[in-house]
Ligand binder design. Structure first.
Ligand code: 5GP
Length: 252
């Protein structure tokens, strides 16, 4: 049998050449890493949950007119996505202070921000994804001013969508990270949301109890990551209410 062509292997995903030109198969691994891969583990079922949750969010975004790379889910761990040229930035949107913002600026975790704050980090593992300004982005040619206007607009639209959907199931979107890619339709370039949207890339807190339902559970040793992600999936109706959590059964 022919072996498929691996394009890239990252910390949480593997990308393979897709069945048609311009497509990619995105495989979700069970590996969890934090602090630039200084902390590592394999979490049974994480890849399955993130594949399904990212499908859920990306499909919803496509439906409300926010373009994403998502085409369709292929199986429990893989989805077919549109190939794009990734802008080398992590685009972070924050609604409440937490994580590196709290550390950097001394703002207490959980403080509501006066308005959503959008930050950019340069994607470079060796440098630890440093925070950069639009000046750096323009000067080093990572994205044009027009791109950055579109990136900002996409990021805020994703924030509105995610915050609304999660509020409906009693979860606060504290912050999240997206990646944005360029695709070409004939002579025209447009930007789409790429990579993944999952509890690996968001901070999600239960509105009533403050319970963390995201990767901070792993980063800060707060209990079972699978339990936390399964809770998110269950509330969104992606996982049946009585499902076993270690090997999740997903609603199609
Ligand atoms: P912070 O800057 O506070 O560490 O992270 C802000 C938000 O972006 C959090 O929701 C965090 O999960 C997400 N984020 C930041 N960097 C990364 C990254 O390298 N990978 C992933 N998956 N998420 C990230």
């Amino acid at each position: 049998m022919a072996r498929r062509n691996k394009i890239y292997e990252g910390k949480a995903k593997i990308l393979y050449e897709g069945p048609e030109p311009g497509t990619i198969v995105q495989y979700f691994k069970d590996d969890a890493t934090a602090f630039n891969a200084e902390k590592k583990d394999v979490i049974d079922g994480k890849g399955v949950l993130n594949n399904r949750l990212s499908e859920y969010f990306m499909t919803g975004l496509n439906q409300v007119g926010v373009p994403t790379h998502f085409i369709r889910r292929l199986n429990m761990r893989e989805q077919l996505v549109r190939a794009c040229e990734i802008i080398p930035l992590e685009v972070i949107v924050r609604n409440f202070a937490a994580g590196s913002l709290s550390k950097r600026l001394g703002v207490e975790e959980g403080t509501q921000l006066p308005r959503p704050i959008v930050e950019y980090c340069y994607k470079d593992d060796a440098l630890g994804d440093p925070l950069v300004t639009e000046e750096h982005i323009a000067a080093f040619g990572w994205a044009s001013q027009q791109d950055m206007d579109d990136v900002l607009s996409l990021a805020l639209r994703v924030n509105d969508f995610l915050s609304g959907v999660m509020y409906g199931v009693g979860i606060r979107v504290v912050d999240f990270k997206i990646e944005v890619g360029r695709v070409y339709d004939g002579d025209f370039q447009r930007l789409i949301v790429a990579d993944e949207i999952s509890p690996d890339s968001c901070r999600l807190w239960d509105i009533e109890t403050g319970r963390k339902l995201d990767k901070d559970v792993f980063r800060r040793d707060l209990g079972s990551l699978t339990d936390a992600y399964s809770e998110v999936a269950r509330r969104l109706g992606v996982l049946p209410k009585n499902a076993q959590v270690t090997k999740p059964t997903l609603i199609n």
